[in-house]
Ligand binder design. Structure first.
Ligand SMILES: [Zn+2]
Length: 397
């Protein structure tokens, strides 16, 4: 029994240390006060799209890698079956985003990072290794920034996955968090448009992604319903990351009512229209489509609707000095919704540099408080185990 007790103590200490470690090393940040995008001109992510390749992509889908442990347990959810299902709907890129695992059959290195109770997940693209660390029981905005910083490198891309889900990221958080690239505005679990407007209104240059986040290829309520159109040089990982970071993408969401019928779903995919012109010139923002759509909505600061028109194939909007960004949502006649990235106010070019600084003194203070707490907790646990052992020996005698 002694060996069992020792193993129990060791396992407990390892688990406690694993859970405690991120809290023990996390810094405190000085977040800059939010400020809107500023400048005399606008960055238009769609300026060069006519010279680029259009890719229809899903960047958030789970295979059965983890068997029964996580969602994605459907035995049919193998990488070849996922690819075949999406190819039949005309997708060019079917990237697999398993939890904490990079699937070798995914065309880009990708995984979904996050083990915490609050669903604060991140899509990590272009990294070779998985980071097995997270704030599991609770987290605050400093922890969220720290985790982003640990995951981020110059060459990879970080997106907040389904950020509104479970209030994993709040409007207050996204006004100050930095050093990430993209925002999953549409996901089968949660839509995050209002949160995206909070980030954009606070001058955060983060561009959209839209994905199924599917776990079962037979579930048409989720599979091949939400996706991203990408305008990239080619389908290589570096070109995909470059395009996503620059906002050369559009989100598409097919409504739920198309769910049950595979043939209808195929037809809807074939009928999707996309704009052929999205321009900004002489203070005018202009969007043109090859055919009439049901509705075009122009949206600005704080998600305010700036202009709305029905049954048209083009729209123009005279941009005001007070507009720090302008984005568009288009509803097609079949209710499919297209989400465009914003044009963003700037001077020469859009700065993506947005790193909150570490507050050294506050970090030292909090770590001086937390480390003794952790060591004392382990010591007390050891004493309790020892006392329990003595009590049992006394009982036996
Ligand atoms: Zn997921």
């Amino acid at each position: 029994m002694r060996i069992v007790r020792k193993i129990t103590v060791l396992v407990f200490c390892i688990v406690i240390t694993y859970i405690a470690l991120p809290f023990l090393i996390s810094p405190i940040y000085d977040f800059s006060p939010p400020h809107t995008f500023e400048g005399k001109s606008f960055y238009n992510p769609y300026q060069d799209i006519n010279t680029l390749q259009l890719l229809k992509a899903n960047f958030h889908y789970h295979s059965n890698t983890w068997g029964i442990i996580t969602d994605g347990r459907n035995s049919q959810n193998t990488a070849p079956n996922i690819k075949s299902k999406f190819s039949s709907h005309g997708y060019n890129m079917i990237s697999i985003s398993d939890y904490m695992s990079i699937n070798p059959e995914s065309p880009v290195r990708l995984y979904e990072h996050g083990m915490g109770a609050y669903k604060a997940h991140r899509l990590v693209m272009g990294s070779s290794n998985v980071l097995w660390l997270d704030f599991i029981p609770l987290h605050n905005v400093h922890h969220k920034q720290f985790m982003i910083n640990l995951l981020k490198s110059d060459s990879n891309m970080i997106a907040l996955a389904h950020p509104s889900w479970n209030n994993a990221y709040t409007p207050t958080d996204v006004k100050v968090l930095g050093n990430y690239d993209c925002f999953e505005i549409q996901n089968s679990n949660k839509e995050s448009l209002a949160l995206w407007d909070s980030a954009l209104s606070a001058g955060k240059p983060v561009f959209l992604m839209a994905d199924d986040d599917g776990h079962d290829i037979d579930d048409l309520g989720v599979t091949a319903r939400i996706f991203t159109f990408l305008f990239a040089k080619d389908s290589s990982e570096s070109s995909v990351i470059y395009a996503l970071k620059r906002g050369q993408s559009m989100g598409v969401a097919i409504p739920w009512q198309w769910n049950p019928d595979t043939a209808l779903r195929h037809a809807v995919h074939r009928e999707i229209l996309i704009p052929d012109t999205i321009s900004y010139s002489q203070n005018t923002y202009y969007v043109h489509l090859p055919d009439t759509v049901k509705e075009i909505k122009i949206i600005g600061n704080q998600g305010r609707i700036l202009k709305l028109a029905n049954n048209i194939n083009e729209i123009s909007y005279p941009v005001l000095l007070s507009d720090s960004y302008v984005r568009t949502e288009i509803t097609l006649k079949n209710e499919v919704v297209l989400y465009l990235n914003p044009i963003v106010r700037c001077d020469e070019s859009l700065s993506k540099i947005d790193y909150p600084e570490v507050n050294i003194w506050k970090t030292i203070f909090i770590q001086i408080a937390l480390w003794p707490l952790y060591i004392v907790s382990l010591f007390l646990f050891y004493r309790v185990m020892k006392a329990g052992k003595k009590t049992k020996i006394t009982d036996l005698s």
